[in-house]
Ligand binder design. Structure first.
Ligand code: HEM
Length: 393
């Protein structure tokens, strides 16, 4: 059993619906307790500060992903794939599709993404009153499934499945149990798509099938990798875009800065992901007895990298609770870092920037039009409902 004497203990449940809706209060309490905090409910060490999160992400020999990065043994034992692997196995998984997500490969879809973002925003401006989550969903849903190559039939479930995959990465709580059947549905669908070879011609999924034909990957690995790239690719970007909409609605002076200088958009994406990180936390397993910030960690214990808290750590950031598109936010950890750093961040940045560019060109002001509601999900930090009014330029 892990030793955790002398380590500050946090007894509140970070994964209760109330804590999920009020996540920053809990993060602040964790950071105040220390760099390594024992979560008595989850039986894991939370790392709420920036320095330790970064150190763990960069030391992927001591803090491994191959025993899973979820907070429950069911998912950790059953899972395999890009996120749940180390060393050469991980490099092999990642290498299969890396060519699809390089800046060069993404340049081929830049114009399409910009055009689709413009169309989405034009329709929303015409509607005037919008749900910011619906607005944020339209672009990722029109870009990502095509890019990965999911057949058109069955797409209506993709978002629910992806959300369920994230719930499955938390502890075994009500959320986990409620969405488990959906997660299994996603696996069944992915298996069928690979078996029937119904992926879109020329897509990333098509590349994977060709790799299987050449004996470079097993058919079962194709399924895993299709899911690897589906699960994290929708909710996260929807989170970034909808969080941006909310932040600019509630910080009109920041919106004016962006309108005056759209060159700030790439940094604004970093600042949005810093301020409201789409992924709350993933874990690592400790591969050998070690020490972190003076705390002994024994082999087999689990540490929780709390991206959302690291990105608000006052030891790292001046005025961390101030949203400011001018600050240098490039070192935020919201996309992870190191070997497992987000494989799709180029695409996510492209989509979020395209939406902001389309909005800046067509919208004078974004105004709150009601109380937003947070989605209750174990891992994804995003709104479920975000009533807004768009005042045309
Ligand atoms: C704003 C949007 C996004 C955010 C904030 C985000 C965040 C993250 C984070 C924090 C990780 C690190 C996991 C770890 O260290 O264990 C990660 C990994 C990953 N992300 Fe993203 N992600 C986003 C969008 C996307 C998109 C659009 C795709 C696919 C096209 C994608 C695919 C992946 C994959 C495949 C991994 C696993 C990488 C590995 O284990 O080597 N993500 N993402």
């Amino acid at each position: 059993m892990p030793t955790h004497t002398d380590v500050p203990v946090y007894r509140a449940d970070l994964y209760s619906p109330a804590a999920i809706r009020d996540t920053h209060t809990h993060y602040a309490a964790l950071r105040a307790l220390g760099p390594v905090v024992w979560l008595s409910k989850q039986k894991a060490y939370a790392l709420p500060r920036y320095a330790e999160c970064k150190a763990v992400l960069l030391d992927d020999e001591t803090f491994i992903s191959g025993e899973g990065v979820a907070l429950n043994p069911l998912t950790n034992r059953g899972g395999r794939g890009t996120l749940f692997s180390d060393g050469e196995e991980h490099a092999r998984y990642r290498g299969q599709v890396a060519h699809r997500l390089t800046p060069r490969a993404l340049r081929a879809i830049t114009d399409t993404v910009e055009e689709q973002a413009a169309a989405v925003v034009e329709a929303a401006v015409a509607d005037h009153h919008v749900d910011g989550v619906e607005l944020a969903t339209a672009l990722p849903m029109s870009v990502v499934p095509d890019y990965i190559g999911w057949p058109k039939e069955g797409r209506e479930n993709l978002l629910r499945w992806a959300g369920a995959a994230f719930d499955g990465m938390g502890p075994v709580n009500r959320q986990f149990v409620r969405t488990l059947p959906l997660g299994l549905g996603m696996m069944r669908y992915a298996r069928r798509v690979v078996r029937d070879r119904s992926v879109l011609e020329g897509s990333m999924g098509h590349d994977l099938l060709c790799a299987a034909d050449e004996g470079k990957v097993m058919p079962a690995e194709c399924v895993t990798m299709m899911v690897d790239y589906l699960a994290p690719s929708l909710d996260t970007t929807i989170s970034a875009i909808s969080n941006a909409l909310h932040l600019f609605a509630t910080h009109p002076e920041q919106w004016r800065l962006l309108k005056a200088d759209p060159g700030l958009i790439p940094n604004a994406v970093n600042e949005v992901v810093r301020y409201e990180s789409p992924i709350r936390a993933f874990s690592r397993s400790v591969a050998r007895d070690t020490e972190l910030a003076g705390t002994a960690l024994s082999k087999g214990s689990r540490v929780l990298v709390v991206y959302g808290s690291a990105n608000r750590d006052q030891l790292e950031w001046d005025d961390p609770d101030t949203f400011d598109v001018r600050r240098d936010a490039a070192r935020q950890l919201g996309f992870g870092q190191g070997a497992h750093g987000c494989a799709g961040q180029g695409l996510a940045r492209m989509e979020t920037s395209a939406m902001l560019r389309a909005l800046v060109a067509r919208v004078d002001r974004i105004e709150p039009a009601g109380t937003p509601e947070w989605l209750v999900n174990n891992v994804v930090h995003r709104y479920e409902r975000l009533p807004l009014t768009l005042i045309p330029a």
